[in-house]
Design a protein around this ligand. Structure first.
Ligand code: R1P
Ligand code: URA
Length: 281
């Protein structure tokens, strides 16, 4: 492990300045970060970084970080695994080890709740958070409680969003790109409206409710909300935007093939790196 003994429990850093979970110290993460869920996606995308620049690889607690340059501009690619806490670690500990303004793009996969084919690409203008409320199942629950809470939206950075959208449009054409509201859920299953007969989830109306109450809702995944929320609450500037491959259509139940997914991971990842490269900080 790259992390040594920790002195301060409030924000754990070792004597070399290495943060506890991400396993990077100052200068090991670039101001421009492309983050993905899957470490294999990160590895494929790291091949797009300049070969003549040394690439730092850090592996710790499930995080894999490649730091090098893209067309001469310092760039990191970080895979974080899945879910809100992992995005929280990346943004907070990443912010700690980087000096100056940051730009962070997430490139992931998602489910769609609109009538577009799998293999379309989505850019999240804003994102809401869907949380399962365990109090709903408590014997003394209040009568008006819902099993799932849906938050108000958090916005992407308008400039980085537009940059990312235009890179995707030039890569794939306007007709394959969807923009709108994303929902990040605290489960792939219950709070994304998947029906699981092994559990009491009370979620059979959740997708319909989401479509009724959020007219511009397009996608469901598990991290974008936390990125947008923390980026807009960061003291030092963080520009954030997110793009996703539509892997699952939740209305038709179609699922994208692995071959198509791999192609889109690389071509879309390149579009993300271009957007980060062109983004002024
Ligand atoms: C679930 O299968 C995972 O896929 C999506 C979700 O947000 C969740 O992390 O994103 P990634 O493909 O980036 O992991
Ligand atoms: N990732 C998710 O979180 N949900 C999906 O339906 C597909 C990918």
């Amino acid at each position: 492990t790259p992390v040594g003994n920790i002195k301060n429990a409030n924000f754990p850093v070792d004597a070399s300045g290495t943060v506890y979970h991400l396993g990077c110290k100052k200068e090991e993460l670039a101001q421009r970060v492309l983050t993905v869920g899957d470490y294999e996606r990160a590895e494929k995308l790291s091949k797009l970084l300049d070969t003549d620049v040394k690439i730092e690889i850090r592996k710790h607690r499930g995080f894999v970080t490649y730091t090098g340059a893209y067309k001469g501009v310092p760039m990191s690619i970080v895979s974080i695994g899945m879910g809100i806490p992992m995005m929280d670690f990346l943004v907070r500990e990443g912010r700690y080890v980087v000096n100056g303004p940051m730009a962070v793009i997430r490139y992931g996969t998602c489910g769609s709740v609109t009538n577009v084919p799998v293999g379309s690409l989505a850019i999240a203008k804003d994102s809401v958070l869907i949380r399962r409320n365990p109090d709903y199942w408590h014997p003394s629950k209040p009568s008006n409680i819902s099993p799932y809470d849906i938050s108000l939206p958090c916005e992407s950075d308008p400039e980085l969003f537009e940059n990312l959208r235009s890179e995707f449009v030039s890569q794939y054409g306007e007709e394959r790109i969807v923009t709108g509201t994303n929902a990040s859920a605290d489960s792939f299953y219950s709070s994304q409206g998947r029906i699981d007969p092994n559990f009491d989830d009370q979620n059979d109306k959740l997708i319909d409710q989401l479509i009724q109450t959020h007219k511009n809702i397009k996608t469901l995944e598990m991290e974008t909300f936390q990125l947008y929320h923390l980026a807009t609450r960061s003291v030092a500037p963080i520009k954030a935007a997110a793009a996703t491959i539509i892997l699952a259509n939740r209305l038709s139940n179609d699922f994208l093939s692995n071959e198509e997914k791999t192609k889109l991971e690389i071509s879309g990842g390149k579009a993300c790196l271009e957007a980060l490269y062109k983004q002024k900080l």
